[in-house]
Design a protein around this ligand. Structure first.
Ligand SMILES: Cc1cc2nc3c(=O)[nH]c(=O)nc-3n(C[C@H](O)[C@H](O)[C@H](O)COP(=O)(O)OP(=O)(O)OC[C@H]3O[C@@H](n4cnc5c(N)ncnc54)[C@H](O)[C@@H]3O)c2cc1C
Length: 340
């Protein structure tokens, strides 16, 4: 039985651990934090929205992400909501909708009546929008905890507050440490978010509000909570949310529905998304035999299932794993895997 150490218990590490465990590996997950959470994955919106994301992402994000909702549903039944995504803009920003529609596909135009049918609380507020019916969302926190629970039940061992773990007891190490990984190609993209709570608005699905400067989305969660996200700042600084970002997110939520003005601010948070220069994720083999799964950027929940399958395939479908090939030649293989 292959003994594999997975470093990092974010969405990358946990999905990789799952794909290895179902293939019969003996898996240990080492995490520097004291428990699941507190990382970029914990702060995510949880949107599984490949068609919307195409607005600013490569086609690869659709190719790798279109089956993600099926993977999550199969892995953790009942935790995925398949209610689509609604995209709206105020009348003065109608050109933003046209631009968004031109850059995406797999959606239908919706008028005021159709918006009200989808989201009764938005009735009369928007004249037109776009509906991406095949998209889905999940609550990252519920999913990360449920996945860790499932992994424990499958025999995966968790080491929290882990320092350097001796590699001698393992056949392979897979590094899923996100922005902490020493990799010159990686950069951080800071994302600030809020968690609001109000009983005065109900939404059935993520709603994206387009705006030339401050596009935002609101993802409904259980118990009248709403995740409002998020900024995209080229920085790996994970200090507290700035006053400007807080104001912008709150203004945009208020513009979506004025009842958000009375909501409780339950939490503010900042996560740093790990990104490669092309904003696409990568399974990399390093000279020392380490495999890294990283660069999930703004698509951790959307793309980690496909990347975890790639990483597991690499270990189980070949005799690689202890590759001593140079990083340069391995990069070529990486590029091929990514475009496959
Ligand atoms: C505000 C915000 C909103 C987002 N919304 C979405 C969304 O709607 N949909 C979507 O798909 N994606 C979304 N994302 C992106 C997604 O969150 C990231 O792509 C994803 O979290 C990256 O996961 P990761 O596992 O690589 O990194 P992380 O979640 O950061 O996990 C890395 C883990 O490694 C641990 N670690 C670090 N060093 C070590 C070490 N030496 N040993 C052991 N452990 C270590 C860290 O403590 C951490 O737990 C969002 C991100 C942000 C910030």
């Amino acid at each position: 039985m292959r003994r594999i150490l997975v470093k990092g218990a974010g969405v990358a590490g946990l999905t990789v651990a799952h794909e290895l465990a179902v293939r019969g590996a003996s898996v240990t997950v080492a995490e520097v934090r004291g428990q699941i959470g507190g990382n970029a994955s914990w702060l995510a919106g949880g949107m599984l929205a490949p068609w919307c994301e195409r607005e600013s992402a490569e086609e690869t994000v659709i190719t790798l992400g279109k089956n993600a909702a099926d993977w999550w549903e199969r892995t953790l039944p009942g935790l995925v909501s398949r209610a689509g995504t609604l995209v709206v803009a105020h009348a003065r920003d109608a050109f933003e909708l046209a631009r968004f529609a031109a850059r995406t596909r797999n959606c239908e135009s919706v008028d005021e009546e159709a918006i009200a049918a989808l989201e009764p609380d938005l009735a009369g507020r928007f004249r037109q929008g776009l509906f991406f019916a095949s998209e889905a969302h999940l609550d990252p926190r519920r999913v990360l905890e449920a996945l860790a629970g499932k992994l424990r039940a499958m025999g995966v061992v968790f080491l929290f507050e882990a320092g350097e773990v001796a590699l001698s007891g393992f056949d392979q190490m897979i590094d899923c440490t996100g922005i902490a990984r020493a990799d010159d190609d990686l950069r951080g993209v800071r994302g600030e978010m809020l968690l609001l709570r109000t009983r005065d608005v109900s939404l059935a699905r993520p709603v994206r509000l387009l705006h030339p400067r401050h596009p935002i989305y609101i993802v409904p969660r259980a118990d009248h909570h709403f995740m409002v996200g998020s900024t995209m700042i080229e920085s790996d600084h994970d200090g507290p949310i700035t006053a400007r970002s807080l104001m912008e997110l709150l203004n945009a939520a208020y513009a979506l529905h004025p009842a958000f003005g009375e909501a409780e601010i339950v939490e503010t948070g900042v996560g740093v998304r790990p990104a490669y220069p092309d904003n696409l994720p990568l399974v990399k083999c390093w000279k020392d035999g380490t495999i890294t799964v990283n660069g999930l950027y703004r698509h951790g929940f959307l793309l980690s299932p496909a990347m975890a399958e790639q990483a597991a395939g690499l270990l189980f479908n070949s005799s690689a794993g202890n590759s001593s090939a140079g990083l340069e030649s391995e990069n070529e293989a990486d590029r091929q895997r990514r475009s496959a």
